[in-house]
Design a protein around this ligand. Structure first.
Ligand SMILES: [Zn+2]
Length: 67
C-alpha cells in the first residue's frame, strides 16, 4: 500500500526546507565580530567556532567563552 503524499502549502510552518549547503554559502568566507568581542573567520582552519541557538531571536554562541 502506497501512502499518498499530501500537498500542503502552509508556507510559514511547513515551507520547503532548503539544503544546509545554502546556509553555509550564506555565511562562508566571512568575518564576524561576536557579541563577546571575539572574532570569527569562517572557512579558516584555526578559526573560532560558533553555535547557533534557535529561538524567536537567534543567538550566536562563541565556543571560546560560551557567551
Ligand atoms: Zn567569545
Amino acid at each position: 500500500m502506497k501512502q499518498k503524499m499530501r500537498k500542503r502549502r502552509s508556507a510559514a510552518q511547513e515551507g520547503p526546507y532548503e539544503d544546509i549547503s545554502h546556509l553555509k554559502s550564506l555565511i562562508s568566507n566571512r568575518k564576524y565580530r561576536l557579541d563577546c568581542g571575539h572574532l570569527v573567520t569562517l572557512n579558516h582552519n584555526l578559526g573560532n567556532n560558533i553555535a547557533v541557538i534557535n529561538g524567536k531571536e537567534l543567538k550566536i554562541i562563541c565556543t571560546l567563552c560560551l557567551y
